[in-house]
Design a protein around this ligand. Sequence first.
Ligand code: DX5
Ligand code: ZN
Length: 218
Amino acid sequence: MILISPSILSSDFANLAREVGAIADGGADLVHVDVMDGHFVPNITIGVPVVASLKKVSALPLDVHLMISDPLFYTPAFLKAGSDMITFHLESGSDVSKTIDAIRSGGAKAGVALKPATPAEAVFPYLDRLDMVLVMTVEPGFGGQSFMADMLPKIEAVRAECLRRGLSVDIQVDGGIDPKTAPLVAKAGANVLVAGSAVFKHEDYAEPIAAIRQAAVE
Ligand code: DX5
Ligand code: ZN
């Protein structure tokens, strides 16, 4: 099953309630919230208070992508704000096992994200305790970048290891996903597709959401 998680990084921040309502009406499955701290990545975006406000107005689960240093320290705050899924970076500096435990014991789904330079094998020790692996298909930090096709073997490697171990872990991809790249990542084994600019550049969000989903299942 393919899930579409539009990244509100490319939405109108002055009208976030309207934007999350519009993607829900447009058929999205999740709301992807990009949290950046200006330290782990060279950009600053959304923080805890905005996640808490989004929680009050979103009909869809909040898929929170932490691009921050020390996600373990901030996990309690993002749980309290109402995050339904929290994905943090393997490269973030926090103890990976402790962070997974903190997220899951707080009642949210846990994901680990891999930057383009991090190999698939780095996440294998944690696979059986993860709900999701996020394979970044751009360098984290900004929307609107070009898809890195050389990440496809990494998606395949994570999917193959999950199958080998009988694990039904979600594989998310984030960066440059549109109706052209969606079939490539889906074929490689991804099932949760994040799309920012490809969704929000349209007037009617239902159109790109359906087009990406359709392209992924074909
Ligand atoms: C990048 C973010 C992405 C970004 C994707 O660091 O994690 O979620 O918004 O944007 P597009 O789909 O435009 O590449
Ligand atoms: Zn993201």
